[in-house]
Design a protein around this ligand. Structure first.
Ligand SMILES: [Zn+2]
Length: 203
């Protein structure tokens, strides 16, 4: 089925339409009694939680970036590390979460630093696979800034693997997307990797 987003005046879906009934059906399907006391409000809570978890469907890159693209001189690498992300895997609809590290080399345009987390959220709050989430963040920065290079590296822990014992619980998945100078120039790429490496090792 398709979920039609309902956007309120505040640009937030308060609840995913129809999800209460589906959740009650889901509870019954797994052998629960949707009417028992602890579960009576669960369909409503789930419908509200999923409005938040999938808020990215109702937003565009322009919404996330706002008017925070500025003209600027200089072409020094900008690195934003340790952006927390929380997403839902599209294969199991279970969470995966971790940190995103983003870098770019400007070409006369820069982005306000607070917007990087918003762009990560824009794509994380949808059903995802980590690989696509990584490339979408890179694509967005290319589209927005036409920079000389973009690098995105994500480390994620996938509960669909950890909870089901498919992998060791502490293992994480690393994905990256390198564009422009980060792809063409090994030294630029190495500079980015060593800058985020201290973060990777520090946990
Ligand atoms: Zn999964």
């Amino acid at each position: 089925m398709t979920i039609s987003p309902t956007i309120s005046a505040a640009d937030e879906r308060l609840e995913v339409p129809g999800l209460r009934d589906l959740t009650a059906g889901w509870l019954a399907a797994i052998g629960e009694d949707p009417e028992r006391e602890g579960l009576q409000k669960t369909p409503q809570r789930v419908a509200k939680a999923w409005a938040f978890l999938t808020a990215g469907y109702g937003r565009t890159l322009a919404d996330a970036a706002g008017d925070a693209v500025f003209a600027a001189e200089g072409s020094e690498m900008v690195i934003v590390k340790d952006i927390e992300f929380y997403s839902m895997c599209e294969h199991h609809m279970l969470p995966f979460y971790g940190r995103a590290h983003v870098a770019y080399i400007p070409d006369r345009q820069i982005l306000g630093l607070s917007k990087f987390a918003r762009i990560v959220d824009l794509y994380a709050r949808r059903l995802q696979v980590q690989e696509r989430l990584t490339t979408q963040i890179a694509d967005a920065l290319e589209e927005l800034l036409a920079p000389r290079g973009v690098a995105v590296l994500l480390e994620g822990v996938h509960l669909c693997m950890a909870m089901r014992g498919v992998q060791k619980q502490n293992s994480s998945t690393t994905t990256s997307a390198m564009r422009g100078l980060f792809k063409e120039d090994a030294r630029t790429r190495a500079e980015f990797m060593s800058a985020v490496q201290t973060t990777l090792r520090g946990r």
